[in-house]
Write a protein that binds this ligand. Structure first.
Ligand SMILES: C[S@@+](CC[C@H](N)C(=O)[O-])C[C@H]1O[C@@H](n2cnc3c(N)ncnc32)[C@H](O)[C@@H]1O
Length: 215
C-alpha cells in the first residue's frame, strides 16, 4: 500500500473557494496557492510514487507552491523549474525549493532550449505554462524531443476558455495517455474543471530527430 497523499497534502494550500472567487472576479487566480485541485494533485502524487519518478521539471510554477510541495514529499534527486515570472508583476511571491535548477524566462526562447538541453534526462515534465494552443504545443514539441519518461499537462478537461488550447492538444495527442481527473471537493464540484493528463514515453521516440529541435 502506498502513502496516503490526501492526508499528506492536508497542509498544502490548493485551489479553493477563495481562489475560485478571485479568478471569477479578475480572470486571474491572484492567490498564493497550488493552482491544482487537491484531489487531482493526490492522484499525481500516486503516479509519481508508482512510476518511481526521481527527477522533475515544472514549466510554469506560479508562486512555486506545487514544485515545493512535490519536492518536500518526494525529495527528488533533481528538481528543475521554468517560469517567465508573471507573479512578480502581480505582487505575489515566487518561492522555490532549495537546490532547484531554475530558468527564469520564456519557455519558447532559444535560451530555454539551450537550458533544457543542458539539463539532460528528467523523469517527469509538467507543462503548465502558457495555455494557448500554439504555446502549449511548442512546450510539448520541445519536451517530447528531450530525454524524459513522462510528460504531463494541466487543464485537460472542463470548459474554461483559458485552457481550450490544452484540451485541444490533449485530444490530438496519441500514445499511452493517462487521465488523472477528480472533482475538486473544496469547490463542492461533481465534475472536474481541470484534470491532469500524462503521456508515457520514453521520449524522444524514433522519429523525434535531434535535427528537429526547435530554436
Ligand atoms: C497556471 S500557472 C502555473 C501553476 C503551477 N504549475 C501550479 O500548479 O501551481 C502558469 C505559469 O506559467 C507561467 N508562464 C506563462 N507563459 C510562460 C512562458 N512562455 N514561459 C514560461 N513560463 C510561462 C506564468 O508566469 C505562470 O506562473
Amino acid at each position: 500500500m502506498g502513502r496516503d497523499f490526501r492526508r499528506l497534502l492536508q497542509g498544502v494550500p490548493c485551489w479553493n473557494r477563495r481562489t475560485q472567487a478571485i479568478y471569477e472576479q479578475h480572470g486571474v487566480p491572484l492567490h498564493d496557492v497550488v493552482l491544482q485541485s487537491r484531489a487531482e494533485l493526490a492522484l499525481l502524487c500516486e503516479l509519481i510514487e508508482r512510476e518511481g519518478v526521481r527527477s522533475y521539471l515544472e514549466i510554469g510554477v506560479w508562486t512555486g507552491r506545487l514544485v515545493t510541495a512535490l519536492h518536500e514529499l518526494f525529495d527528488f534527486d533533481r528538481v528543475a523549474a521554468a517560469d517567465i515570472g508573471v507573479v512578480e508583476s502581480l505582487g505575489l511571491p515566487l518561492r522555490l525549493p532549495f537546490g532547484v535548477d531554475f530558468f527564469h524566462g520564456d519557455s519558447h526562447s532559444a535560451a530555454f532550449v539551450a537550458w533544457r538541453r543542458a539539463l539532460g534526462p528528467v523523469d517527469l515534465v509538467l507543462i503548465d505554462g502558457d495555455h494557448r494552443y500554439d504555446a502549449v504545443r511548442a512546450d510539448w514539441e520541445l519536451a517530447r524531443r528531450s530525454p524524459c519518461r513522462l510528460i504531463a499537462f494541466h487543464d485537460i478537461v472542463g470548459d474554461d476558455p483559458g485552457s481550450a488550447g490544452v484540451r485541444r492538444l490533449w485530444r490530438e495527442l496519441e500514445g499511452d495517455k493517462i487521465e488523472l481527473v477528480a472533482p475538486n471537493d473544496e469547490l463542492g464540484q461533481r465534475e472536474s474543471t481541470m484534470g491532469i493528463g500524462v503521456v508515457r514515453g520514453p521520449f524522444p521516440r524514433p522519429g523525434d530527430l535531434e535535427a528537429d529541435w526547435p530554436g
